[in-house]
Design a binder for this molecule. Structure first.
Ligand SMILES: *Cc1c(COP(=O)(O)O)cnc(C)c1O
Length: 389
């Protein structure tokens, strides 16, 4: 059996080596390292793939979120509602801009932000909601957009884990995640579903004025050379990363299909095991039902394959898997409202029953485009033997 990896970037590279190597050489020969034609072409290709008017490449996914918030003109003291159960980058940029983060609980089945909790958290100071499409499944965007419209709030989608996923509204209309809110961010960190070979990120929007504002912000607030109209940042995607992304983008749907195929095999093996709760694909109005993972609707792109284990010592399971040569992860082990940097007297423990439960139960298994059946069989057997003992 091949060595099991949490993410197999080398295996994926082997299939596209020629194109990647050629593209990188071309960038070096052209010496257009920053804002070269590769970056512009990537922007156009992503706009087409996502069916969105504007893609603004930048240095990483954290910058993308920060710049989106700067572009919207959010001011210190403005409240921004986001999920308690996500990667810290989401809340970090809110705090960095001196906005007030308002963390709320998530749903037990989808791990995504709970629209009822959003409603409860709204005050006259609320300005924006940041749903995260956690682990590759869209948050409940219909409910979130409805709340936002009712209260005049911005929606900033953190699409770092969801690129390529789709969301279907009740009327059957579909849209890719990252194209539904007012503005969205994504990350091209190597292990993301569309990852480059370094850092990278992008901001998406259909709003022409906002896109213009953001294009200046990413480049020192410059709209005309050496005229600085607003305080900006330096956040650029370099041409080598753009070249890598251009080589991978045509394969993204196939990569996401491979992830779903692995998820299907995992689900099949874990079905009926009492102490294991397989990840729920909520379907979001997709024709198929909730338990089937279909390729046509792209409801879930499995950035992570995350189980809940109950009546089981999760941490002992992690140790056991590692000892058997199976890497795994706990995303996330601590709720954001309990992190030293983000604790606040405003928070009441009673408002976070689900996050507090999930941090004890979740375990993410190896998930990437190169998993084979032999590896999956070994992983599932090792997990099941441990939990049923
Ligand atoms: C990875 C990630 C980010 C940050 O992206 P970077 O490119 O690492 O800065 C933000 N939000 C979520 C949910 C992520 O998973």
């Amino acid at each position: 059996m091949r060595k099991i990896q949490m993410v197999d970037l080398k295996g994926q590279y082997e299939h596209i080596k020629e194109r990647i190597d050629t593209s990188i050489s071309e960038v070096i020969n052209a010496t257009a390292f920053i804002n070269g034609p590769e970056v512009h072409s990537l922007q156009k290709e992503l706009e087409e793939y996502l069916d969105i008017k504007h893609v603004i490449p930048c240095a990483n996914g954290t910058d993308a979120l920060q710049i989106a918030m700067m572009g919207l003109g959010l001011k210190p003291g403005d409240e921004v509602i986001t999920a308690d159960f996500t990667f810290a980058a989401t809340v970090e940029v809110i705090a960095l801009l001196k906005l007030t983060p308002v963390l709320v609980d998530v749903e037990l089945d989808s791990f995504n932000i709970n629209p009822d909790a959003i409603r409860k958290a709204i005050t006259p100071n609320t300005k924006a909601i940041v749903p995260v499409h956690l682990f590759g499944q869209a948050a409940n965007m219909a409910a979130i957009m409805e709340i936002a419209n009712e209260h005049g709030l911005y929606v900033i989608e953190d699409n770092a884990q969801g690129i390529g996923a789709s969301y279907k509204f009740a009327d059957g209309k579909g849209a890719k995640t990252g194209t539904i809110g007012h503005v969205s961010s994504t990350s091209f960190f190597p292990s993301k579903n569309l990852g480059c070979y370094g850092d990278g990120g992008a901001i998406f929007t259909n709003d022409d004025d906002l896109a213009h504002t953001i294009r200046g912000i990413v480049n020192h607030g410059m709209y005309k050379r050496y005229h600085h109209d607003v305080v900006g940042v330096n956040s650029r995607l370099d041409s080598i990363q753009a070249a890598v992304l251009r080589a991978k983008l045509p394969h993204l749907d196939q990569y996401n299909n491979a992830r779903r195929e692995a998820a299907r095999k995992y689900n099949e093996a874990f079905k009926g095991v009492d102490r294991i709760i397989i990840p729920k694909v909520k379907g979001n109005n997709c024709e198929t039902n909730e338990t089937i993972i279909c390729d046509t609707c792209n409801c879930h792109v499995f950035h992570q394959y995350t189980l809940r284990v109950v009546n089981t010592n999760r941490d002992a399971l992690v140790k056991h898997l590692n000892a058997q040569g199976i890497p795994c992860g706990v995303y996330y082990p601590i709720p954001l409202h309990k992190q030293k940097a983000y604790m606040d007297a405003r928070y009441d423990e009673a408002d976070f029953p689900i996050t507090n439960q999930l941090i004890k139960e979740v375990i993410s298994l190896p998930m990437h485009t190169e998993l084979d059946t032999e590896q999956i069989d070994f992983i599932t057997k090792t997990v099941i033997d441990f939990v049923i003992q």
